[in-house]
Write a protein of this length. Structure first.
Length: 248
């Protein structure tokens, strides 16, 4: 076989990846380390080597005191993989390049998370089964009737998600619309995944590790759930930049 007709050993194609945005507000790495330990220490498995963009757009650091390699090390300690930076000044960007980070635009952050998420979701759906579709205001909702175990992920793209069984710690449910869990919610619930601020989360027993609506989130490490909703029927909505939990 001639060299010209030999099959290529590789191809280069464009790709969209799901990225976590880490919004840094303080250049003091000691303060950052303490805050991360406080908020994430209780949930060591919260991240699972998720790729992260370090967002410096709101950071006030006129004297360029930020130690970016130390920040990257802290992120890796909590199972986050820094891959890019955005909102950096010239000095910060130079340090980012030295640390092996690329400059990310807003568009690359907001790109659909389809490649990784949908692959995982297809595997999970075969196991937990989508038992039927129910017509809602957002179209046909995805319905799951089997418990979700730790490590399982389900994503209802472009619609609501209804779960009729327990969402165990370490499991993650995600929907572009509302999430309804008619059982204990002990894992992670992410509603309005593509920015719908009107999305809500409903559950018959609120015990979640993480709650997120349109990118605003709280973890169980931030603070205990309020007594009037912990382990009880509740709904979660986004009001301004805060998640509001109300008993049902």
């Amino acid at each position: 076989m001639s060299q010209a007709s030999a099959p290529h050993a590789y191809e280069i194609k464009s790709a969209s990846l799901p990225l976590v945005s880490f919004l840094l507000k303080n250049p003091d790495t000691s303060a950052l380390q303490a805050d991360m330990a406080r908020r994430l220490g209780a949930t060591p498995g919260f991240f699972d080597n998720d790729p992260v963009v370090i967002d410096l757009s709101v950071l006030e650091d006129p004297h360029n005191l930020l130690d970016l390699p130390s920040v990257c090390l802290m992120l890796r300690t909590h199972q986050m993989l820094p891959v890019a930076v955005r909102g950096a000044n010239e000095h910060q960007l130079a340090n980012a390049h030295k640390a092996g980070l690329f400059e990310a635009s807003d568009l690359s952050i907001q790109a659909p998370a389809a490649p990784r998420v949908e692959t995982v979701v297809q595997e999970v759906i075969r196991e937990v089964e989508v038992v039927r579709e129910v017509q809602t205001g957002n179209g046909a909702a995805m319905v799951i009737d089997k418990p979700l175990r730790s490590g399982q992920h389900v994503y209802a793209k472009g619609r609501d998600l209804i779960v009729l069984a327990m969402v165990n710690p370490g499991a993650e449910i995600m929907a572009d619309g509302h999430i309804h869990v008619y059982a204990p919610l002990r894992g992670k619930a992410i509603a309005g995944a593509r920015g719908d601020e009107q999305a809500r989360i409903f559950t018959s027993s609120l015990e979640a590790e993480l709650l997120s609506i349109a990118g605003t989130y709280r973890t169980s490490g931030d603070a205990p759930l309020p007594a009037d909703v912990a382990g009880k029927p509740a709904q979660i909505s986004l009001q301004g930049d805060k998640l509001v939990m109300q008993a049902l």
